[in-house]
Design a protein around this ligand. Sequence first.
Ligand SMILES: *Cc1c(COP(=O)(O)O)cnc(C)c1O
Length: 393
Amino acid sequence: MDLTEKSRRVPEKILLGPGPTPVEGRILRAMAEPTLGHLDRDFVAIMDETRDLLRMVFQTGNDLTVAMSGTGSAGMETACVNMIERGDKAIICSHGVFGSRMQDVAGRCGAEVVEVNAPMGRPIDPGDVERAVKANPDAKFLGIVHAETSTGVLQPLDEIANLAHMAGMFMIVDAVTSLGGMEVPVDRLGLDMVYSGSQKCLGCPPGLAPVTVGPRAVEHIKGRKTKVQSWYLDLTMIMRYWGQERFYHHTAPVNMIYGLNEGLRVIAEEGLEARFARHRKNAESLWAGLEALGLELLVEPAYRLPSLTSVRMPVGVDEAVVRGRLMEEYSIEVGSGLGDLKGKIIRIGLMGSGSSRKNVVLLLSALGAVLSGEGFANDVGAAIEEALAVIDG
Ligand SMILES: *Cc1c(COP(=O)(O)O)cnc(C)c1O
């Protein structure tokens, strides 16, 4: 075994899947800064700034805005375990794998889960939510995924948030694949509990779950009759560490916070509007190029995510072979289908710095070449022309 430092070489790969996404060098360099104590004043200053920057991307003034130690799923657990008490009723929507995961997590927290489901590739129908809300006026929560990464569906939230709030329910929203890539209007829609993950549109390595909690939800958590079941994810204690008190709870992953801080600075520098427009433009360009290759997209245009696109594989083409060749021949990672869509689609992510003209052209060229190698004739030149016409047009 060669244990010298230089024996560990991690090759560069182009991450165009559902996450993690490409991490800019300046973020990785920030993470290599000296580790400080988690109560050190120089570190605490970085935490405070990170929280302000998180409020910017969440488009909120919420006092309770923190980065939980863990991946996006820890954000989901944080939302459920803090809001729900055993026996509470929760309406949880699922239009894909992550909505189903939220139903599972809410159930494990002791909720009586009322499911509202939609087929994979479609958004949740607000009419179905309305019926569930009417039939379950005693439900306390409405949980939903904003950007369903397993399908590439963007879930419109306005109408559903309104239905939930009219019925006095708290809105719990999964913004893992939307935060940093498109609007997540926490304050405008009064979303009560919203969580995300560092490795999608925020463009950082995996390991942190940004969470923001509205004032009404904070009161709800403080007024719980029972202790939060998870000691580690208990916001009533974590808010005392991120707040002025600096109460010791667990050791913050210090260098991860440096990385998130730098990633959020990158976003602030670009500006939210410009960043959202870039994600949208490059996605539209990719869609035009994929269709020009002769491929079919899973989701209809009105509900497509700018950050993730699901593409049906043509009959007779093995998607695992396509993904394998993209990796072996071009070092490009894309995602496979999950659940019912396994074997039927590939998922292409254009998130954070990965959302670029360069990557659109690269992906279309490589995918076109691989597909013709697999017997699916296509015109790469025409696809690139169509794609560039969208970007430049
Ligand atoms: C990725 C993802 C998660 C889970 O995040 P992990 O970082 O993998 O734990 C949850 N919800 C959605 C919508 C996601 O895309």
